[in-house]
Write a protein that binds this ligand. Structure first.
Ligand code: PGA
Length: 253
């Protein structure tokens, strides 16, 4: 199994001064994670370069919160994977539920973006997850299954792909999935990956996201198929984010 990952998704927060201050605090407080796991920060596009300067030489990697799937050209307002690599990114978050909800991203678009990341050497963190209504209707596995299969259509090598299971009802609500609820879906995703990629599926990280805190993450990361976290709100304060990293060090595989 690949080492755990704790990724902080800062969403649309932090000016340059705020982002640099937060990144400095995280670098200063980061325990020795070498060989144990990975820590990733996903700031806004405008501060990628500034945050990259702060984390240079540390064990922290940089991610973007989105990409566009074309290389260059007349796409006003979009940012290509090559530009993000150039800004210092190793990872890119793809298909976050907020992108799907507010910007009408589709499974097909998520697939194009995932493939483009891999083509240019950026590692995608592909987000999937059901809404409250879908869970209530008992179609969680149906919905997540389609999202996973469509996102990965045509992808044969999963070595650089991370999946993030983020139930929409748990994002920013303070209502995290219980370790049992999360593990059930993570195990389901693992089975899909096993069908598609056989033994290689065991090395694919499946992160949990949705109201992760230092208080609830110890139990989540102890589950067999939970290999880390994609953290929103609790990544905006160094204390809570470092606390989550400590739980991963204590209980992560
Ligand atoms: P949250 O967000 O931790 O604030 O729930 C998680 C995410 O959207 O990645």
């Amino acid at each position: 199994m690949a080492a755990w990952m704790v990724a902080g998704n800062w969403k649309m927060n932090n000016t340059t001064a705020e982002a640099v201050a937060l990144a400095k605090e995280i670098v200063a407080g980061l325990p020795d994670i070498a060989g144990r796991g990975e820590v990733v920060l996903a700031p806004s596009f405008t501060v990628l370069g500034s945050v990259h300067d702060v984390i240079r030489g540390s064990n922290i990697a940089l991610a973007s919160q989105n990409i566009f799937f074309e290389d260059k050209g007349a796409y006003t307002g979009e940012i290509s994977p090559a530009m993000l690599k150039d800004a210092g990114c190793t990872y890119a978050i793809i298909g976050h539920s907020e992108r799907r909800k507010y910007f009408h991203e589709t499974d097909e678009g998520v697939n194009l973006k995932t493939k483009k990341c891999l083509a240019v050497g950026l590692k995608p963190i592909v987000c999937v997850g059901e809404t409250d209504e879908e869970r209530e209707a008992g179609i969680t596995e149906f919905v997540v299954g389609i999202q996973v299969k469509k996102a990965l259509a045509g992808i044969t090598d999963m070595a650089d792909v991370t999946i993030a299971y983020e139930p929409v009802w748990a994002i920013g609500t303070g209502k995290n999935a219980t370790p049992g609820q999360a593990e059930e879906v993570h195990g389901f995703i693992r089975n899909i990956l096993r069908d598609l990629y056989k033994e290689a599926s065991l090395n694919v990280r499946i992160l949990y996201g949705g109201s992760v805190t230092a208080e609830n993450f110890g139990e989540l990361i102890a589950m067999k198929n939970i290999n880390g976290a994609l953290v929103g709100g609790a990544s905006l304060k160094s204390g809570s984010f470092l606390g989550i990293i400590s739980r991963a060090l204590e209980n992560g595989q």
